[in-house]
Design a protein around this ligand. Structure first.
Ligand code: ZN
Length: 632
């Protein structure tokens, strides 16, 4: 097979390999009128198609990046092949026997086996493995399939096979078919230790095919307990024809349906792809031994573009586990156009499509996909789930984390919609959500957070290390002013405050230290117990177990009141009732937040109950208001 390919052979390949058919294996083309077709350019990133193909002239041209040429240039450029390799590959496809000019010793082929030889070896290997699936040794493999709901017809449809346990069965078989050891090693079918041995031994084998249907690698599942390799799945490692960052299992079966429906479903494994296709979800694909990445999304988008505007849907079926969330977040931080088209289909019981089909049938798999939700809603709901949204501080923390995430969205036109979504999910005011997102966007990355990142989702977000927030907020923060002044009254003027305090409880103090001080007061019998006792404050201080609390008692005992006069009933009332009013306002905000998160149609009973609760709280608050004003 050395020697230069003769010109007439090259011409024959050019004539027989139709450019629209070849390009269609990588890019979805639609009619552009005037005998021309167009699609998303595979050579540069674009959102509307500027890649044109004119079959009558056999040429392609991209008006975006100026890539262009004939069918051979296209294959060279897309697959990174030399001219000779591209011709060989096309000749293979269209059945042209290449004639070579032996007198010319110039050879433009690189060292190493040609792509067509590697493809040929994989075709032979796939047929060999498939043949082995019927042998007695493959009983465990057949059982594995039938336990997962796959019959013989399914195994044949997907080309599944069995690699014998011997160690060199495939090697010998392919050597007998005149493949060289170098070719088999380069293709990842055989490895070399002291001698050559089969890369896959005693495993259930899935052929992995490219979009055109050529087998380019294998996924191999462990089925024997004594398998010396622990990994549940082994996949072909990188070879000249197998790039795992681009490979999508099932793309050969799914590409037409993906183009037709503008939808692609990403599942996690070979059996899930099978289950989906057999259930009628013909758009399912899976990555092979690697996470879904940018390269995969580029491959998919070429097939998804069936319309003027990119409006395809990419649906991930991962569950809410750490890996799934990580994938979701990566997508979130990646191509923003992709994000808005990305959906998540979550099975409530955590079943993958394969198990779902076994337990609940084909319909359940179709329904899972139909129930998809937008990715951003899934991610935000995950954040919300980490916090107690019935508490104001929980809502604030959830809002901060959500806002930080949303502010990272590069497409600013989407930010407002996301802020509205946050408000809805967390039950906060939409204006608060918008301003928090703005704040997060303006915060320079280095000081973006003075607080620890909570939970898994946040932990995945790359973020410079910031000093951790002190465990408790500043006692002198204005929002605690009423708590502080009331406790000063309790400690310094227990007599004056005496009777008015019966309604105060630990919940009226939001700062943990102030709540701790109140607990000591309550344990000592309430402020009345301090009347006329000059040792009242030091008694409480002695009872304090924690240094922050005893130090707070000292401070509160000596700090002057905010009034120059001796505290009268009006001053005490102003503080006590205002303190109670603040508590009521917090409870009102909590109920309002719950109301906002409750659907009145789906849960009318809870909705009405909260509505009643809200009315009662408002009335209580009006009563407190009257007393504050009345006492003044
Ligand atoms: Zn282009």
């Amino acid at each position: 097979m050395v020697g230069r390919i003769r010109e007439d052979s090259i011409t024959e390949v050019r004539e027989k390999a139709r450019i629209d058919e070849v390009v269609s294996q990588y890019v979805t083309l639609r009619n552009a009128g005037g005998g021309s077709m167009k699609g998303l350019c595979p050579f540069h990133d674009e959102k509307s198609p500027s890649f044109h193909v004119t079959p009558s002239r056999g040429f392609y041209h991209c008006f975006g990046c100026q890539a262009g040429g004939d069918v051979i240039n296209f294959v060279m450029q897309l697959e990174g092949l030399t001219f000779g390799e591209a011709v060989e590959r096309l000749a293979d496809k269209v059945g042209v026997q290449l004639q070579r000019d032996d007198s010319d010793t110039r050879d433009d082929r690189p060292r190493g086996p040609s792509r067509s030889r590697l493809i040929e070896a994989h075709k032979e290997a796939q047929e060999y493995y498939a043949g082995q699936l019927g042998t007695p040794d493959a009983l465990t493999a057949r059982q594995f399939l039938s336990e997962r709901g796959f019959d013989q017809a399914a195994a044949e449809q997907f080309g599944i096979g069995f690699s014998p346990r011997g160690g060199e069965d495939l090697f010998k078989h392919l050597r007998a078919k005149a493949f060289s050891q170098d070719e088999l090693v380069a293709g990842g079918l055989v490895a070399v230790g002291r001698s050559a041995y089969d890369r896959f031994r005693g495993r259930l084998m899935w052929p992995i095919r490219d979009a055109s249907g050529d087998t380019i690698g294998f996924g191999a599942r462990r089925i024997f307990d004594d398998d010396r390799i622990d990994a549940k799945y082994l996949n072909t490692s990188e070879t000249p024809i197998y790039k795992k960052s681009q490979v999508l299992y099932g793309i050969d079966l799914a590409r037409r349906e993906i183009a037709r429906s503008s939808q692609a479903v990403i599942v996690e494994g070979y059996t899930d792809v099978m289950a989906c296709h057999l259930s009628g979800v013909g758009t399912a694909v899976a990555t092979c031994g690697t996470a879904f990445g940018d390269e995969h999304s580029k491959v998919l988008r070429r097939f998804l573009n069936d319309h003027e505007e990119f409006r395809g849907e990419v649906i991930f079926t991962f569950d809410g586990d750490a890996a799934g969330q990580k994938a979701a977040l990566r997508a979130f931080g990646g191509d923003q156009n992709f994000v808005s088209q990305t959906y998540v289909a979550v099975e409530p019981d955590g079943l993958d499509p394969c198990d779902l089909r076994i337990q609940k049938g084909d319909g359940a798999v179709r329904e899972l996909v139909a129930r998809r939700v937008p990715l951003y809603r899934f991610v935000l709901a995950n954040i919300a789930g980490k916090y107690d949204l019935d508490r104001a501080d929980g809502r604030i923390d959830a809002l901060r984390e959500s806002a930080r995430l949303v502010s990272s969205v590069r497409d600013k036109s989407k930010v407002d919609a996301f802020a509205r979504e946050i408000a809805q999910i967390l039950g906060v005011d939409p204006e608060d959500a918008r301003s928090e997102v703005r704040r997060a966007a303006n915060r320079p990355a280095a000081s973006s957070s003075g607080r620890p990142t909570g939970g898994r989702v946040a932990a995945e977000t790359p973020e410079p290390v910031a000093p951790p927030r002190s465990a408790v907020p500043d006692l002198r923060d204005p929002r605690f002013a009423m708590e502080r002044e009331t406790l000063k009254l309790v400690l310094q003027h227990p007599m004056a405050i005496g009777r008015t305090t019966s309604d105060i409880g630990p919940n009226d103090f939001t700062h943990p230290t102030y709540r701790g001080v109140w607990a000591l007061v309550a344990a000592a019998g309430g402020p009345a117990a301090g009347s006329g006792d000059p040792t009242w404050a030091s008694r409480l201080r002695d009872a304090a177990g924690e240094p922050e609390i005893s130090s707070a008692i000292s401070a509160l005992s000596v700090e002057p009141l905010l009034t120059a006069k001796a505290p009268d009933a009006a001053y005490v009332g102003l503080h006590v009732f205002r303190l109670l009013e603040l508590t009521t306002l917090r409870r009102i905000a909590d109920v309002k937040s719950r109301l906002q998160r409750t659907n009145p149609v789906e849960d009318p009973e809870a909705y009405n109950r909260m509505f009643g609760e809200l009315a009662a709280l408002e009335q209580h608050r009006r009563g407190l208001r009257d007393r504050i004003v009345g006492d003044q």
